[in-house]
Design a protein around this ligand. Structure first.
Ligand code: GAL
Length: 440
């Protein structure tokens, strides 16, 4: 069977303006509201006289350079939420740190060990946040993680409460940033959660004013982190989590974000993973060194995902230059899962120094072809089959990627050189599977 593929790119960009880029359901209406806000959000401060514009542009360039120093490539590591959720303990973090080293994951690039929600305790009399009984000594834990050649991440919210209803940072931003610096924290995920209530209370029925409040809250923590870093010299990766609302990709860097979630929560099922991954089409131009779109943490090795589904998940995230934050229980990781997470060539596509996010080039039904420009004039090409049965006879459509004649190709997951191939090359892609090539 010959699969005819449609060029969707232009169409999707049109739909994107109406919310198609972030998938279906509730997300769509949130993004319809979002586009109305983007004009103003796009270039905050870049209005007024020539001098004022030049000053603002200079500041933005300085900010971009600072971000690029902290996260030149999409951050890689592990986060506790997808597997341990509210049960995570100090011991889980230490076990994970040990296993990141012994499994080879650290050396493959997974260096951040991120504690998600539910570590927080009460504040002391002077307002300093304490960890709860699951984390008896955060500073000692950070020292342990650092001693393994890894970095420690933590989680909070601009609201009074986190999403799991633990203590948030509202009104204590500087104090919290100082505490993180004292502990030796290297990464902060800052999750909107109950700050939405503040936005609704302070600006009822005014989405633009709510957006300004949200951006100000993220900027407040950014400034607090900068102050903390100035004291300690320890840079802190700043990860925004507000589910992609208000086109965060357009203003994330202006509040100091190194990465921002583009979607609601992922879960360990293929429909959700592919919905999120496919929904990222059109977002490529917003990502680059220092500032990355984050389609949420990996579920590779969680739930009942099949081998092909895990490979497709890893490939999609690599094509998206997404942060690769594993979310599985490393104490139970099989060699097969380890091989997916540690495939050197897939990781190299994600981490490529050009820092370009891939985009969808063609789609017809369940078949999609995505391309990602790489250094050295190379291109990564992923041919996905999101459908329920194997698809045969799928070609490359090189011309639509600006490639002409024959190219030299390597099949990443097969670990095989394919020699010279052209548009007459055909492949079979299994159900929920992918063929990933690098061509030049
Ligand atoms: C959600 C967030 C998840 C996780 C959770 C913790 O808002 O999207 O990734 O952090 O909160 O409560």
């Amino acid at each position: 069977m010959r699969v005819r593929l449609l060029m969707l790119k232009a169409g999707c960009l049109v739909l994107f303006a109406a919310g198609c880029a972030v998938g279906a359901g509730a997300q769509v209406s949130q993004n319809v509201q979002a586009v109305q806000l983007t004009q103003e959000a796009q270039a905050p401060g870049v209005v007024g006289t020539h001098g004022a514009r030049a000053k603002a542009a200079k500041e933005q360039a300085q900010r971009a350079a600072a971000l690029a120093k902290i996260a030149p490539a999409p951050p890689m590591g592990w986060n506790s939420w997808n597997f341990f959720a509210g049960k995570v303990t100090d011991k889980d973090i230490r076990d994970t740190a040990n296993l990141l080293v012994s499994s080879g994951m650290r050396d493959a690039g997974y260096v951040y060990v991120n504690i998600d929600d539910t570590w927080e305790g009460e504040r002391d009399a002077s307002g300093h946040i304490q960890s709860n009984s699951k984390f008896p000594d955060m500073k000692a834990l950070a020292e342990y993680v650092h001693s393994k050649g890894l970095k420690l991440g933590i989680y909070s919210s601009p609201g009074a409460k986190t999403c799991a209803r633990y203590e948030g940072s509202l009104g204590h931003e500087e104090q919290d940033a100082e505490t993180y610096a004292e502990w030796g924290i290297d990464y902060l995920k800052y999750d909107l959660c109950s700050y939405r209530t503040v936005m609704q209370q302070q600006a009822p029925n005014d989405p633009q004013a709510q957006n300004r409040l949200m951006r100000a809250a993220y900027e407040t923590m950014h400034q607090a982190l900068l102050k903390a870093t100035a004291k300690t010299g320890r840079p802190i990766v700043y990860s925004l989590c507000q589910y992609g609302w208000d086109s965060v990709w357009q203003w994330g860097p202006s509040v100091g974000a190194n990465l921002w979630r583009t979607t609601g929560d992922i879960s360990a099922n293929f429909d959700r993973i592919s919905e999120i991954g496919r929904g990222q089409a059109g977002l490529a131009k917003f990502a680059g060194p220092g500032h990355w779109n984050d389609p949420d943490m990996l579920e590779v090795g969680n739930g009942k995902l099949t081998h092909d589904e895990n490979v497709t998940h890893m490939t999609l995230w690599a094509m998206l230059a997404a942060p690769l934050i594993a979310g599985n229980n490393l104490t139970q990781m099989t060699p097969e899962i380890g091989a997916v997470l540690m495939n050197k060539e897939a990781i190299a596509i994600d981490q490529d120094a050009l820092g370009r996010q891939g985009d969808r080039i063609f789609a017809e039904g369940p078949v999609e072809i995505w391309a990602k420009p790489l250094t050295g004039g190379r291109t990564a090409i992923a041919i996905f089959n999101f459908g329920e049965s194997a698809m045969r006879g799928i070609g490359l459509h090189l011309k639509q990627m600006g490639l002409h004649g024959k190219v030299t190709a390597r099949d990443v997951w097969a670990g095989k050189d394919l020699g010279k191939i052209g548009d007459d090359w055909r492949t079979i892609v299994p159900r929920h599977g992918v063929v990933l090539l690098v061509v030049w």
